[in-house]
Design a protein around this ligand. Structure first.
Ligand code: 5GP
Length: 193
């Protein structure tokens, strides 16, 4: 998505550890118009998949997930993060290792917001090692609901998440694909028209 790539070029900062900081429009301050366009584009790509709910993980996934859900006309659920989980009877839960924060979070979705015939689109701000998407897929498996794919704002294609998910048969659609952050420079995969 040209608009997104241009903004990453203009305001993205490369941090140590292959982290791309985009907190001026995605991860802290949020650009609503850009999020709307990201949501509309992800919705367009998955419009024939019969999506009934969009899932994400709090907090950075919420903005693009909400806009995607709005464009598809379905509810959005964000999995909550917990340090520890004790009472889990009413929850589906999974563990997610955070690449940027270097901690394991337990994520959960309340059983009452899941229906057996759900078709879930997973949305997240970044795809790196695939932990967040895999955690949500684990929850979908526990709940016995179908995942139609993953819609990602920025995929770091030099990290293995996207490759592993596609190899496992998951449809992954990314709006910007970063192929390298080497030497503090952001370079992108060629964009499809
Ligand atoms: P994964 O679970 O695929 O390993 O990593 C994705 C999650 O880690 C995203 O939800 C995102 O919040 C965070 N993340 C991974 N890489 C980056 C990055 O380069 N920049 C930022 N801002 N967040 C990242």
């Amino acid at each position: 998505m040209r608009e997104l790539v241009d903004l990453i070029k203009k305001s993205g900062k490369v941090l140590p550890g292959n982290v791309l900081k985009v907190d001026s429009f995605l991860n802290h301050q949020v650009n609503p118009v850009l999020m709307q366009h990201c949501g509309e584009e992800l919705a367009r790509r998955f419009k024939d998949s019969g999506v009934t709910r969009v899932w994400t993980v709090e907090s950075s996934g919420i903005a693009p997930a909400l806009m995607t859900a709005l464009a598809l006309g379905v509810p959005m659920i964000f999995a909550r993060k917990h340090k520890s989980l004790t009472l889990t009877d009413d929850l589906y839960t999974a563990d997610v290792y955070s690449y940027t924060k270097r901690v394991t979070n337990h994520i959960s979705i309340a059983k009452r917001f899941v229906q057996s015939d759900d078709k879930i689109l997973l949305v997240d701000d970044f795809l790196a090692n695939g932990q967040a998407v895999s955690g949500m897929m684990e929850i979908a498996k526990q709940a016995g609901v179908q995942v139609v794919g993953a819609g990602i704002v920025i995929e770091k294609s030099f990290q293995p998440g996207g490759h592993n998910l596609r190899k496992a048969g998951v449809r992954v659609e990314s709006l910007a694909k970063v192929k390298s952050l080497a030497d503090g420079k952001v370079s992108f995969e060629e964009e499809k028209a």
